[in-house]
Design a protein around this ligand. Structure first.
Ligand code: GBH
Length: 462
């Protein structure tokens, strides 16, 4: 009874939305099927040397053909929501102008199947796969991208609003810019300090234009998804404290400040120096649109020190006692509670969804070992990661943060961008030879968490 009394109550608020997430390029395959145009990721992955093992999205999880089976899998897991992204160049093969009805039909069928299975769709317009035709016109460096993006969004709002009630403009503009324009590890592979702030700013203008277009056409909710990594100082020195402020401004405030406050944090000028442009003041009127929610993707924190010239040499300081995942990211659940509290304090009571959270670990091979002869993948580290982060969210909710839902990253193992297929984040295992799916132990555990509205978090791990 003593132990019972001390046990934490892990129930989550009524209506808390439990789901899992994916992105088009990472799972669909068949990138050029049914009249689709190429994206910058099709092009980048086919450029020798850009991805691990030369891995491409040509087949991926073959979700483009197996979508119906995949919805059945979500149903089996008991998911209440599914966050996915649309491939822009399936809808508009040249990025603007001509609409490809076959592309709309694919997502329309997917949405119908989700709804028929009581799974709420969360649709992301842009998860990094810009139409190659638009990159040829300058991509995110071209100010016209705001019009292009609003045009693309409007086509989808007209086709799907009502069936889709939660829309996301951009996934992680920080990654688009830092990976695509500053460090070049992601498509389109540029390394240019002068381009980075322009790409970021135009992404935010595109976000604003797409929200504005939504208010004219759509009737439901729209928001922005950002990746947030709370920054902690490596020491108590004044220099490290200043470095933390810069790192935090660069990664976290660079997007939330303009979207929610209509201005940039002053540290960006210090960071970029002569590469930081004077932006037209009227741009901020476009960027700062009322949003229905913010989506936060959380994976890790970083410990920052002044010695490193952030952001150009951005690696966080390794923690000798830290636990790390297979992508080399520190497991730090407390960071999620801290950032949610910071978010509320800084931006107020806007509803939050955790739109991604998860971890890559090496999984043992699929084995037919349990009593029922079921195939299993024993991945206790992933289960523990999810459990600790859900507990961190529970703490933030208890402290008054309005967190409305949680999407595990990812529904299934998939193409980890330029890191290829070797990094597995799924709660479902994918055999890339046969395309067979197997729910991992973490997926089975997550099903029980959903069914118990969080209660299963209190159980000891099996
Ligand atoms: C997300 O981005 C993407 O939205 C998703 O497509 C992707 O598959 C998933 O995460 C997993 O990668 O090296 O310690 O400095 C992740 C954003 C930003 C998280 C960079 C890790 C670097 C940590 N990432 N961050 S560290």
């Amino acid at each position: 009874p003593m132990a019972q009394a001390q046990q934490k109550d892990f129930s989550f608020p009524k209506g808390f939305l439990w789901g899992a997430a994916t992105a088009a390029h990472q799972i669909e395959g068949s990138p050029l099927a049914d009249g689709a145009g190429p994206s910058i990721w099709t092009r980048f992955a086919h450029t020798p040397g850009m991805t691990a093992n030369g891995d491409t999205g040509d087949v991926a999880c073959d979700h483009y053909r197996r979508w119906k089976d995949d919805v059945r899998l979500m149903r089996e897991l008991g998911l209440q929501a599914y966050r996915f992204s649309v491939s822009w160049s399936r809808i508009l093969p040249e990025g603007t102008g001509r609409v490809n009805q076959a592309g709309i039909d694919f997502y329309s069928r997917l949405v119908d199947e989700l709804l028929a299975n009581d799974i709420e769709p969360l649709l992301t317009l842009y998860h990094w796969d810009l139409p190659a035709a638009l990159d040829d016109r300058g991509g995110w460096l071209n100010r016209d991208c705001a019009d292009w993006f609003a045009e693309y969004g409007s086509v989808l709002y007209r086709a799907l609003d009502g069936r889709v009630k939660k829309w996301v403009t951009l996934n992680e503009p920080w990654v688009v810019t830092d990976g695509g324009y500053l460090h070049g590890a992601l498509a389109p592979g540029h390394r240019n300090r002068y381009e980075a702030p322009i790409a970021s700013h135009n992404l935010m203008r595109a976000h604003g234009a797409a929200v504005q277009a939504y208010r004219a056409i759509g009737q439901h909710e729209i928001g922005l998804v950002v990746n947030i990594e709370p920054k902690y100082a490596a020491s108590g020195s004044v220099d490290d404290a200043a470095a933390v402020k810069r790192a935090h401004a660069y990664m976290n405030e660079q997007y939330l400040h303009p979207a929610l406050l209509g201005r940039y944090p002053p540290e960006l000028g210090e960071i970029f120096g002569d590469a930081w442009p004077q932006f037209p003041p009227e741009d901020f009127e476009l960027i700062v649109q009322p949003l229905d929610f913010i989506g936060i993707n959380y994976y890790t924190r970083s410990v920052t020190e002044a010695r490193r010239s952030y952001p150009l040499d951005a690696g966080p300081v390794k923690q000798p006692l830290g636990t790390y995942t297979e992508t080399g990211w520190e497991v730090f659940p407390q960071g999620l509670t801290d950032l949610l509290l910071w978010f509320k304090q800084t931006y107020g009571d806007i509803p939050v969804y955790i739109t991604e959270n998860g971890a890559a670990f090496f999984d043992p091979p699929v084995a037919d070992t349990d009593a029922a002869g079921d195939r299993r993948v024993r991945d206790p580290l992933r289960t523990d990661y999810l459990r600790q982060h859900l507990s961190a969210i529970h703490d933030a909710i208890a402290a008054g943060v309005d967190v409305r839902g949680y999407m595990a990253w990812s529904l299934m193992d998939n193409l980890e961008w330029s890191l290829g297929y070797g990094k597995r984040f799924g709660i479902v295992h994918v055999n890339y030879g046969t395309q067979e799916r197997t729910i991992k132990d973490s997926g089975r555990w997550y099903s029980r968490v959903i069914a118990s509205q969080g209660g299963a978090l209190a159980e000891p791990l099996p």
